[in-house]
Design a protein around this ligand. Structure first.
Ligand code: PLP
Length: 697
């Protein structure tokens, strides 16, 4: 499936003109601009041309434009320059203030640079965030109050996560009105090519730019310094860039950036105008709103560049949304690219007082001024397909939106919760609930009209005990499904029938049993009942909680399991870090000197094709969610593919373990989920199992 790249605020593809210019620079314009022979002079002429064009484009006037490696470097130079000046002048008459102010939604490069250089130079200044309003705009009253005491003020022109445009004119007026001596840095990375800049006609002292955010390659950027603004170089040596930034210039990068700037300057149709870009955004907004009627836009559409959308879909996490879009070939990001691996709420959205659940489930969709009409049309069509895939998966990306017969493993912040459902009997049991999942769990029970046989807690010292109280409280409000039988602190009903292994509890055509692992820990068993009894051969699952990770040190528990379970009973742990699940046989083998964990778990696509040829019985398993799987290219492996989301692996592992000579291959988007599945099956003694290397990239 072709790629629709809508993550331009993270980085942009290099335009063909930029690639061509860079190649030409490397091939024929390769001279060192400092050399005095003709080859060097040619390179120097290209450098000068690029600098002059940059100056015209940003309205630099008499100011300097220094080529840097990117915006992060430009920010360091600006901050170092301002703080070095402060160090010189702080004991002089009429010294500048001592506050270092930055917008609460600045890129981390700014706030971290302020803290770093402040500490490095031993200045002891207070580094203070300027609050922003719901539109991401700086609080000018706050600024008015503090501007006179500030030595430096950093306010970005356009925010990278939301596209919010700062009120630079308002900030300037506030600085002038308060006669602030503060040096003013504007991070203009996301503004170039999107809003008009005329820097020399402003009070701005420094502005930073980055090539890779505007169709040039990574590793090239620019720093503007107002004529007369204090300047301390970060690098010294050969005296390049007027001794403002020593080091041989990145001439290929500069040539590429120059090519892009030439297109902008010449108003080349490759860059669309304001109206067209607004039209593109309108189409995307309409498509997203039709696909996800509950969508909430976190970016202020009236106060932001048209190329950035930031939204949340209540009830769908950003990871799930990102996976959904990605499987449809649409590349977006959750929050900013730098922080998209963490699930913490975006600090930018938090600063705008966006609700925490929206701030932690936000998606950023960003295009660029050179995005084509066709790309938008295709994106709109694919967004509709995403909605369709979600509908087919039960109206939601949440696995709990449809009834899940069998065992489901849910995970939140490193801990596991297990849900065992008997769809035919409309019953379920929840083992070790987790606070963060409680709303979803309550909805699951409520939505599908399930009878909740029990909410069990393996370890009374775990947060699950508290989560259990919260969940049962939630459920008694939502449904009358929870039986009002009295239970002990583990959630085990006090009215069970006494049979062979102690207390058991009927659950559809299955039965649950409770084992005592210690004073505060229980192990719960589940399996098919024969005459209301749970014989070891019938035990399918053992929910162990924390006990699973310390099995090796607990011979008595191992012995108890050996007496009550069978070798293939799936042992379900409470933590999500060590393993997905295991078996008694596997634990014994792992503890034996020649454990059965084999190092190389990866297999490459080419080898998979060969294997499928030699062993047509190979099982190919897509461990992504159903809505992601629905986009799978049927011709990818030209073989049938099974879809077993990772959360349901425990339900299927038992049947695969009966045929361990069948090659088994897991795959997913990035390889993370298939790696986890493979490691788990290897631990269970399945040797012929692999994870598709690098996922579906
Ligand atoms: N400032 C903003 C607003 C950005 O979006 C970025 C890039 O993520 C940077 C600074 C850092 O730019 P660079 O990657 O060129 O160092």
């Amino acid at each position: 499936m072709s790629e629709i790249y809508l993550d331009h605020n993270a980085t942009t593809p290099a335009l063909p003109q930029a690639v061509e210019a860079a190649c030409k620079s490397m091939a024929s314009g390769f001279g060192n601009p400092s050399s005095t022979h003709t080859t060097g002079l040619r390179a120097k002429a290209q450098l000068d041309e690029a600098r002059q064009r940059a100056k015209r484009l940003i309205g630099a006037g008499e100011g300097q434009v220094v080529f840097t490696s990117g915006a992060t470097e430009g920010i360091q130079i600006a901050v170092l320059s301002a703080l070095a000046e402060l160090r010189l002048r702080r004991f002089a008459p009429n010294p500048p203030g001592s506050l270092l102010l930055y917008g609460a939604t600045e890129h981390k490069a700014v706030s971290e640079a302020l803290k770093h250089w402040n500490q490095f130079l031993g200045l002891g200044c207070r580094v203070v965030a300027i609050p922003v309003d719901g539109n991401g705009r700086h609080d000018l009253d706050f600024l008015k109050k503090h501007a006179a005491d500030a030595a430096m003020i950093c306010t970005m022109a356009v925010n990278n996560e939301t596209g919010a445009i700062s009120d630079l004119a308002g900030i300037e007026k506030t600085l002038l009105d308060s006669a602030s001596q503060a040096l003013w840095l504007v991070d203009a990375v996301q503004a170039l090519g999107k809003i008009k800049l005329d820097l020399a006609n402003t009070r701005i002292d420094y502005a930073t730019f980055s090539g890779h955010k505007l169709y040039a390659p990574k590793g090239i950027g620019m720093l503007y310094a107002r004529a007369g603004a204090p300047y301390t170089p970060l690098t010294v040596g050969g005296g390049q860039e007027f001794a403002l930034r020593s080091g041989t210039e990145n001439t290929a990068g500069i040539a590429a950036l120059n090519a892009v700037m030439a297109l902008m300057e010449n108003k080349d149709p490759v860059f669309h105008g304001h109206d067209t870009l607004h039209g593109f955004r309108k189409r995307l907004v309409a498509a997203l709103s039709a696909a996800f009627p509950e969508i909430v836009f976190n970016s202020p559409l009236d106060f932001s560049v048209p190329t950035t959308l930031n939204f949340s879909v209540p009830g769908i996490g950003s990871k799930e949304l990102l996976n959904l879009f990605d499987s449809a070939g649409i590349r977006v990001s959750s929050g900013s690219a730098c922080s998209s691996s963490s699930s913490a709420p975006s600090y930018v959205l938090q600063a705008m007082k966006i609700r925490d659940d929206y701030a932690s489930s936000a998606i950023r969709m960003s295009f660029g001024p050179a995005t084509t009409e066709n790309e938008i049309t295709e994106a709109v069509a694919r967004i509709a397909l995403c909605a369709e895939a979600t509908r087919q998966a039960g109206g939601s990306t949440d696995v709990l939106a449809s009834i899940q017969d069998g065992l489901l493993r849910l995970e939140s912040d490193g801990v596991c919760c297990w849900v065992l459902t008997d769809a035919a009997a409309r019953r379920c049991v929840i083992i070790d609930p987790v606070n963060e999942l409680n709303d979803r769990l309550a909805r699951y029970v409520h939505l599908h009209g399930l009878q909740l046989t029990a909410v069990l807690v393996t370890d009374l010292h775990s947060p699950a005990a508290e989560a259990r109280d919260a969940l049962t409280a939630l459920l008694s409000v939502q449904t009358s499904g929870l039986s009002d039988a009295r239970t002990d602190a583990h959630g085990w009903p006090l009215t069970g029938t006494s049979v062979q292994q102690g207390e058991t509890l009927a659950f559809g055509d299955q039965v649950l049993a409770c084992l005592r692992a210690s004073d505060n820990a229980r192990i719960f068993l589940a399996g098919k009942a024969i005459a209301e009894k749970l014989n070891p051969e019938q035990v399918q699952y053992a929910f162990m909680g924390k006990t699973a990770s310390t099995l090796a040190d607990k011979p008595a528990v191992l012995e108890m399991l050996a007496a009550t379970c069978n070798q293939h009973t799936i042992l379900c742990p409470g933590d999500a870090q060590t393993m997905l699940f295991t078996t008694l046989a596997a634990e014994r083998a792992v503890q034996a000197p020649a454990g059965n964990i084999v190092n190389d778990i990866h297999i490459h696509a080419e080898t998979i094709r060969n294997l499928l040829h030699d062993r047509p019985d190979t099982l190919l398993v897509d461990v992504r969610e159903a809505y992601e799987h629905s986009f799978l290219d049927a011709e990818l492996f030209d073989a049938p593919v099974l879809n077993v989301p990772l959360a349901q692996l425990a339900s299927r592992a038992g049947e695969w373990l009966l045929h361990t000579d069948t090659p088994l291959i897991f795959f997913c988007r990035s390889g993370a989920r298939s790696d986890a599945a493979t490691r788990c099956m290897r631990r269970l003694g399945y040797q012929q199992v692999w994870s598709c290397a690098g996922g579906l990239t």
